[in-house]
Design a protein around this ligand. Structure first.
Ligand SMILES: [Zn+2]
Length: 150
């Protein structure tokens, strides 16, 4: 199963980059708050451009797509549940329910190539292109109505 994990790769590409996660830990995304909709680059609140580490409870602006053989959706859900419990959150703490959050994570990772490094702007994940390539990278948008690919 393909999943998103924290990575240091491409950190520093943007001035707003930050990574306090454990390299390779599973990450998830909170829904962007009203502040981050007004400021997607996260000068006031970084939640719309951040991934959160399920183990470290820290944030990163870069995630990598990896394929973890043998990982099941139940394992993934258990990891997210353990993270929520550690944070003192319940499944109902968020606007969007945790199973939907998990569906989005799985759906996004499924359509991205293994090894891709992605960044986030609100509800859109963008593959980072580094080096001389100027082509527009594809993006993936998770939404409550399902996944759409740009
Ligand atoms: Zn926020």
């Amino acid at each position: 199963m393909k999943v998103l994990v924290a990575t240091r790769s491409t950190q520093g590409t943007r001035r707003s980059d930050e990574n306090r996660c454990i390299e390779g830990e599973l990450v998830f995304m909170l829904d962007p708050c009203p502040m981050s909709w007004l400021d997607p680059y996260g000068r006031k609140c970084a939640c719309g451009r951040s991934f959160l580490g399920m183990s470290s409870h820290q944030s990163t602006t870069t995630a990598r797509v990896i394929d973890v053989s043998g990982l099941t959706i139940e394992d993934y859900e258990q990891a997210l549940a353990a993270c929520f419990i550690a944070e003192g959150w319940c499944w109902g703490c968020f606007v969007r329910e945790a199973p939907n959050m998990l569906d989005d994570l799985v759906g996004c990772a499924a359509v991205l190539p293994v090894g891709a490094v992605v960044e986030r702007r609100l509800d859109t994940l963008q593959v980072r292109r580094v080096g001389r390539s100027k082509g527009r990278a594809g993006g993936v948008t998770p939404s409550p109505d399902g996944l759409s690919v740009q």
